[in-house]
Ligand binder design. Structure first.
Ligand code: HEC
Length: 301
């Protein structure tokens, strides 16, 4: 009997200690964070999510996206997330204050999604992404200015860039000649499509086609198709403007007279994905200075 008292005390102590360390102290530290504002009380970040985004959170949870995708950018001393261009700075607790369910995630079968709403071009993953990095998130409007700096540095960068764009016909002659060649596949025409009629990466149209069947956009994707979030229906009257654009993929194209449209849940999920954006500067999580030298060197050349 004498030995039991210290045993129970010890067990109680361990639980009390963990509770203090894992619940009380973190709650004191970050439990009552408010949005960050500038000195005049403007420029509020983060902003509360919309209703569609909230519902999209539940769709994301229900479909297990978190098993393959994280939503946290580690600091440069903790991994190479910044080098992978998954974010311009590390994630901080304040980024998550309005999220009813926080999907930090612990597996990365697919890319981190903390900033997927901020990505505008697939080249962001490439080596020569620095000129395109400051592009604004409004994909349609941003495309021409984003292309412009790329063309401006291209005499220096084209040798580096050529593996990424094998179609470019070795534009050794001058800046004027190579300007039109590498750009078209990424620049939106008036309908917000690439030159071959496919949706521009990370637009809503792109997300829907990707969710419906990721392999329709990247052939060797491991991401499962979420076809059940879409409805195949007969076109009655005019075709729906929401119907998935399967340009260049005859396998998925529905038969004439049919169309595949997103359900409300699919739309909410895409609204949620497009709201994933931690690019706003936070005073407690500065972008590392090491990111700056690369473009500076290029500018000197
Ligand atoms: C079995 C693992 C797996 C699951 C589950 C999964 N994904 Fe993915 N996802 C991937 C892989 C692998 C890629 C990279 C290839 C590609 O783009 O298709 C990817 C890519 C993506 C991308 C593009 C990211 C980028 O930066 O290019 C988005 C957006 C995305 N997934 C959203 C989702 C959503 C939403 C769900 C849940 C409905 C989900 N994924 C479920 C594996 C998964």
């Amino acid at each position: 009997m004498k030995g039991l008292q210290p045993l129970f005390l010890g067990i109680f102590g361990i639980f009390a200690f963990s509770w203090l360390g894992m619940t009380v102290v973190p709650n004191l530290q970050i439990g009552s964070l408010n949005p960050q504002t500038d000195e005049d009380g403007g420029d509020v970040y983060p902003a509360p999510p919309s209703g569609m985004t909230l519902r999209g959170t539940q769709v994301y949870a229900a479909n297990g996206c978190v098993y393959c995708h994280s939503q946290q950018v580690r600091p440069d001393y903790g991994g190479s997330d910044l080098e992978r261009k998954w974010g311009e700075r590390r994630s901080a607790p304040r980024d998550y204050i309005f999220q009813p369910i926080v999907f930090l995630g612990e597996m990365r079968t697919g890319p981190d999604l903390a900033n997927v709403g901020h990505r505008s071009m697939p080249e962001a993953k490439g080596a020569n992404a620095s000129p395109a990095a400051p592009a604004t998130p409004a994909a349609g409007a941003a495309a021409p200015p984003a292309g412009a700096p790329a063309a401006a540095v291209s005499p220096a960068a084209s040798s580096v860039a050529s593996p990424a764009g094998p179609s470019a016909p070795a534009p050794a002659s001058g800046p004027a000649a190579n300007a039109p060649a590498p750009v078209p596949s990424l620049v939106a025409d008036n309908n917000g499509l690439t030159a071959d009629g496919k949706p521009l990466p990370y637009t809503a149209e792109w997300h829907h086609r990707h969710l419906y069947n990721a392999r329709s956009l990247s052939e060797d994707s491991n991401m499962p198709p979420y076809r059940f979030l879409y409805e195949k229906r007969r076109i009655t009257g005019a075709a729906s403007p929401d119907a998935i654009n399967f340009a260049g993929d005859p396998d998925e194209e529905p038969a004439a007279g049919w169309e595949i449209v997103p359900s409300y849940d699919a739309k909410c999920l895409v609204a949620y994905l497009m709201s994933r954006d931690q690019s706003h500067p936070l005073k407690e999580a500065k972008a590392p200075a090491t990111v700056a030298p690369a473009p500076a060197k290029e500018a000197q050349k």
